[in-house]
Design a protein around this ligand. Sequence first.
Ligand code: NAD
Length: 488
Amino acid sequence: MFKIEVYKNYIDGKWVSSNSKKTFSSLNPTNENAIGRFQLSNKRDIDLAVKSAEDSYWEWSSMPAPERAEILFEVVRLLKKDKQRLGKLETIEMGKVLKEGLGDVQEAIDIFEYMAGEGRRLFGHTTPSELKNKVAYTVRMPVGVFGLITPWNFPIAIPAWKLAPALICGNTVVFKPSSDTPLCAIELMKILEKSGLPKGVVNLITGSAKDTGEAIVKHPRIRGISFTGSKFTGEWIVKNAGLKKVGLELGGKNAIIVMDDADIEMALDGIIWGGFGTTGQRCTAASRVIAHEDIKNELNDKLISMTEKLKLGDGLKESTDIGPLVNKKAVEKTDYYVGVGKKEKAKLMCGGEQLKGKGFFYKPTIFTDVNEKMRIAKEEIFGPVVSVLSVKDIDEAIKVCNNIEYGLSSAIYTNDINKAFKAIEKIEAGLTYVNSSTIGSEVHLPFGGVKHTGHGRETGIEGLHEFSETKTVYIDYSGKLQKAQGID
Ligand code: NAD
């Protein structure tokens, strides 16, 4: 389907080669074939991209937001037109099954549409002044040049979650996608280019974490960083970004609690979807199941039998339930954690091995008899591995759920409203689902986590605040100097 083309960076409205004169490949994880070559950019390229974003800032930020919104609506139209092709490209470049690839593109459509609507709102607030003849209100201001650094697991939706609010607020952008999914980013950039976005407003640079990502984080003329990725990289960014405005969406170790009064069949569907959707490579993946001891055996038996029936394969085939992992390193990491689980004396009930032959396939894996002290119950694996723990009541379930460093998503299956509300109140996470899985957020609500999952929120109104600053305005029409706090 793809000839091995050499793709370029997009700087100041032009497709250009890197100063490094070097390129790298992106592989199809299903068959390990290269799908294109991409610029291995360096700091000089980042400098040029930042200059271009700076040069276009005045004009873009001066354009009325409803006019900027028209461009975002055009992006929506173009994404809708190209949805099938882009969804397929996701499957080819990072392996997720086609229906999930299409879902990812839909999420990008939704966020561009939502944020375009914000072009006619961008609300501040008004409030009375404590003095006569004085007006007080707030407005939203852009931040300046934003650096957007994204992972590969939602290769179109996550960039869109950042681009749409950044642009509607009037920022200009230097965007660096993951080196596992540069082609998805380039195709998204082409759509932005076609939409009529003025040159320089978005600049796309591909390349390594070291030579491009780090240069963006440390760049003195970039004012904001919006990052989605691992906790490890997030910590590095916090130490190196200086006083930039930083938003961080990091890892998770999300749990589904299943109480003894739950609808077990419904919970099982949620566990399979949460644990193995996107081959377990979602930040919101349900990698832990916390089951009430009275239903644990029934749940385990049914879960293992359902997991063994899942079909691994090419995500473009309709019969496939689970695609490959993104790359060889991800297979090695998953296998390493399976080894850890065995050493920790958790019971490996199914899976636990790589599929032989081409492609980065790993069998969906279930561990039972896991306890909260084990590493497989605490650390993010980011592969198709689900650990089942058991508890005696709702209080213990919540304590076990919270006994991790992350706090992204969570779910409880119960038919007891008291237990549901207790979980909503006490679980330390940015998202709690009741009688639904840990995955499946909607773009008009905020998304993000607590504890080491990072800070800030994406999507929804909170998502706009990540990409704008509040300015407070006072207008005194008394004709004399009035002092606040009653100073005469
Ligand atoms: P990663 O941190 O390795 O890389 C993410 C991006 O950061 C890539 O573009 C990479 O090149 C860049 N990068 C890496 N080191 C950098 C550095 N020192 N300076 C600047 N940029 C750097 O993460 P990944 O493997 O691509 O993604 C998987 C992780 O992302 C998982 O931990 C997952 O939970 C997390 N994630 C979180 C969310 C969320 O919203 N909370 C969503 C998706 C993925």
